[in-house]
Design a protein around this ligand. Sequence first.
Ligand SMILES: NC(=O)c1ccc[n+]([C@@H]2O[C@H](COP(=O)([O-])OP(=O)(O)OC[C@H]3O[C@@H](n4cnc5c(N)ncnc54)[C@H](OP(=O)(O)O)[C@@H]3O)[C@@H](O)[C@H]2O)c1
Length: 324
Amino acid sequence: MPRAVVCRELGPPEKLTLEDVARAPLEPGQVRVAIHAAGLNFPDILMAAGAYQLKPPLPFTPGMEAAGDVIEVAGADGFHPGDKVIVKARFGCYADEIIAAPDQLMPLPLTFDYAQGAAFLAAHGTAWHALHDRARIAPGEVLLVHGAGGGVGLAAVELGKVAGATVIACASSEEKLEVAKQRGADHGVLYGREPFKDAVKRITDGRGADVVFDPVGGPIFEDSLRCIAWGARLLVIGFTGGVGVAKTNLILIKGASVLGVRAGEAVRKNPALNVARMADLTRLANERRISPNISHRLPLEDYAKAMRLLMDRRAIGRVVLEMH
Ligand SMILES: NC(=O)c1ccc[n+]([C@@H]2O[C@H](COP(=O)([O-])OP(=O)(O)OC[C@H]3O[C@@H](n4cnc5c(N)ncnc54)[C@H](OP(=O)(O)O)[C@@H]3O)[C@@H](O)[C@H]2O)c1
């Protein structure tokens, strides 16, 4: 029987249980995927705690992305048993199997193993949408990335560099900064060492950053307004450090824009957006110019330990659960 991590009661990861689950029959147009790896994302933790904008009815299985093999197809064109695929879902991926619709699947890039495929789309898709669809980043601009050792942060470092930006990475440890530099960051700023706004002004000769990628929020968002260039775009990605408050006078003085980013919702509202995003990410992956940095791989049964790695800020890039 396939296993799944089940949330029956909202709370910390330790409240989740690993259970044998009955295999539901496929409906027409559906595909069954045997999952080999599932990527962890911060929203999984928030969802299991009831603190995320999406609140699935209980019980549910967390997990927004996975990679594996198609094992059964019910009239879904273009997919066959044995196909290696990436699965994108809102939840359900911390499991041995998942039932998906064809539009939730994409071929696993040839250069990736299952773990890399499972750790790719949420972070790199979000970073791509933020930098290109929202900020319209241009070559030569200065990109400031907060939480640059985290999942979406490290993806933004890589994609910013590919887009021709000068990337300033900020993180809370030398180890995280080292990985950000390996992934292309031109400068690393350690939060505890000097106020990052001073470092950004020093690095840019007082000009400031053109684009700020902020998955952290809180005081970091507020301080970012003090080191931006004229016409800057501030990308609001997430709130791991709390919800930030904007000083509107600083936004006015710099002719700046604050842009909310919801990568998944943007595609649900405008599916056409996904075409350019997926084509570019697949091309860059196949050219080996981007790939997720996976700091930890754990077996499915260690799901709570894996989620704690994110909560304790010990992950660098991505954490992945492996099933087989
Ligand atoms: N808008 C969207 O479409 C979208 C999509 C995906 C994710 N997100 C959001 O983006 C944020 C980051 O997600 P992720 O999956 O990249 O998470 P992650 O891998 O855990 O990275 C989060 C980073 O935030 C920093 N951080 C600061 N305070 C923290 C705290 N109290 N607890 C944990 N981390 C803290 C950490 O960097 P340092 O330790 O170096 O400070 C960490 O590396 C989340 O809020 C998530 O909901 C948004």
